[in-house]
Design a protein around this ligand. Structure first.
Ligand SMILES: Nc1nc2c(c(=O)[nH]1)N[C@H]1C(S)=C(S)[C@@H](COP(=O)(O)OP(=O)(O)OC[C@H]3O[C@@H](n4cnc5c(N)ncnc54)[C@H](O)[C@@H]3O)O[C@H]1N2
Ligand code: MOO
Length: 401
């Protein structure tokens, strides 16, 4: 059995980042930037007022009260064109450019207006409420870097930097193939000894959530000819993910067919759930073969497919981050497989996270995966643990998992 980390590195080494495409900003949410984005403008382009009030020379109002002549008005988008001289003020509004000759803003609340005169009652510090040109960013500044997964905030910044289009990584097209004579699609008639397929749709949802385009190929039968026919559907995709048929049984044909038609590494991984895993190629398409047990398939998606997609998307590809939590119940010593236990996540009296694994952890129990809020990670040969011990967890933070 090989360690989880070795398996991940071998998968990542077999994948290359995809090409890029241009999308309009309103279609860029959740996409991955293919290149750095530099500001095409300076923001603000000139010094502007941060408040409604009066633009003045600070020296004129160093001692208050001070009376000034109001020589004009500057709303946002229509700056005052004249030159402000000593003894003068310009009525100004938030966002309007500072008139030439002015150096400070007095807020409206600190003044009293009468006709074309204004009395300043509080002396402003030099530069009061003036936003300098380029306070936010200057033309040429790099605001967003390649590999960024674009959020609403990033899109706002890209818009402010005057980019109507962004160059992003193409969405990985991920073919998904379920296998097994015993499974049928949800809603189809269920024959004797058949069960409903959960894995393919769950994996497709995972792929979509992680920024890819799933191509669901259907269910391959447990015979070589049928399996080969279905595999042909993966041609032209960026990665084929299979589920089931990974183990050593007489009907577990994936490794055989991949061995015949492509290149295959079949591994037993020192992890639970998810021991049997495959990686290889069929034609030019890389293949990730996940185990059939539903929880094994989803845990392997989180641990291997997720980072694989990050690699295709040109992002930093690494195992999901772990963080510490207190253990909510005693645990027996672990064996030689790294254990990923489905657990709830609560808070103790001090607000610290407490992870409590379910008593049953069979890899067929999808219901417990949906009830869990994290995976508790136990290294191989971990000693017995007591309630309250510090353990490592992978919290389910991605909204789509
Ligand atoms: N003698 C051994 N037997 C098994 C071993 C082993 O090392 N030696 N490993 C076990 C482990 S661990 C796992 S995990 C499974 C993996 O088996 P396969 O990848 O070959 O998966 P299948 O046999 O096709 O199916 C396993 C299980 O999952 C159900 N299944 C399959 N596909 C779906 C689907 N799309 N949706 C829902 N459920 C699915 C299938 O009906 C089986 O119950 O092997 C162990 N055996
Ligand atoms: O290790 Mo297999 O993945 O359940 O039960």
């Amino acid at each position: 059995m090989i360690p989880v980390e070795d398996a991940l590195q071998r998968i990542l080494a077999g994948l290359q980042p995809l090409d890029a495409e241009d999308v309009s900003l309103d279609a860029a949410l959740g996409r991955v930037l293919a290149q750095d984005v530099a500001a095409r403008v300076t923001q603000p382009p000139k010094p502007v007022s941060a408040m409604d009030g009066y633009a003045v020379k600070a020296a004129d109002v160093a001692s208050v009260p001070a009376s000034l002549t109001v020589i004009g008005s500057a709303p946002a988008g229509r700056g005052f064109l004249g030159l402000l001289e000593s003894g003068q003020a310009v009525r100004i509004f938030t966002g309007a450019p500072l008139p030439d000759g002015a150096d400070s803003i007095v807020i409206q609340e600190d003044t009293e207006a009468a006709g074309d005169r204004v009395t300043v009652k509080e002396a402003p510090a030099l530069g009061n409420y003036v936003r300098a040109a380029g306070l936010d960013f200057k033309q040429g500044d790099i605001g967003l870097t390649a590999g960024t997964l674009l959020t609403a905030r990033d899109i706002g910044l890209a818009a402010a930097m005057n980019h109507p289009w962004l160059r992003v990584m193409r969405r990985p097209r991920i073919a998904i193939l379920a296998t097994g004579d015993e499974i049928v699609r949800p809603g189809d008639p269920i024959g004797r000894d058949q069960i409903v397929s959960s894995n393919a749709l769950a994996l497709a949802a995972y792929v979509r959530g992680a920024g890819g385009e799933p191509v669901v190929l259907g269910i391959a039968p447990d015979d070589m000819a049928g399996l080969k026919r279905m595999l042909a559907g993966a041609r032209g995709t960026d990665l084929l993910v299979t589920t089931g048929g990974a183990s050593v049984g007489d009907h577990d044909l994936i490794q055989t067919v991949l061995g015949e038609t492509g290149k295959l590494d079949f591994w037993k991984i020192a992890m639970r759930p998810g021991k049997p895993l495959m990686f290889g190629t069929v034609g030019d398409t890389p293949v990730l073969g996940l185990p059939g047990n539903p929880v094994s398939s989803m845990v392997c998606a989180l641990l291997f497919l997720g980072p694989a997609m990050q690699k295709l998307l040109g992002r930093k590809a690494e195992a999901p981050a772990t963080r510490p939590a207190r253990l909510g119940r005693d645990l027996k010593p672990n064996d030689r497989r790294q254990d990923y236990l489905r657990a709830t996540l609560t808070e103790d009296a001090e607000g610290l996270p407490v992870a409590t694994p379910f008593g049953k952890q069979d890899s067929s129990q999808f219901s417990l995966l949906t009830q869990a809020q994290c995976l508790l990670v136990r290294p191989p040969h971990d000693a017995a643990r007591r309630e309250g011990d510090i353990v490592r967890i992978i919290p389910f933070i991605d909204r789509y998992f």
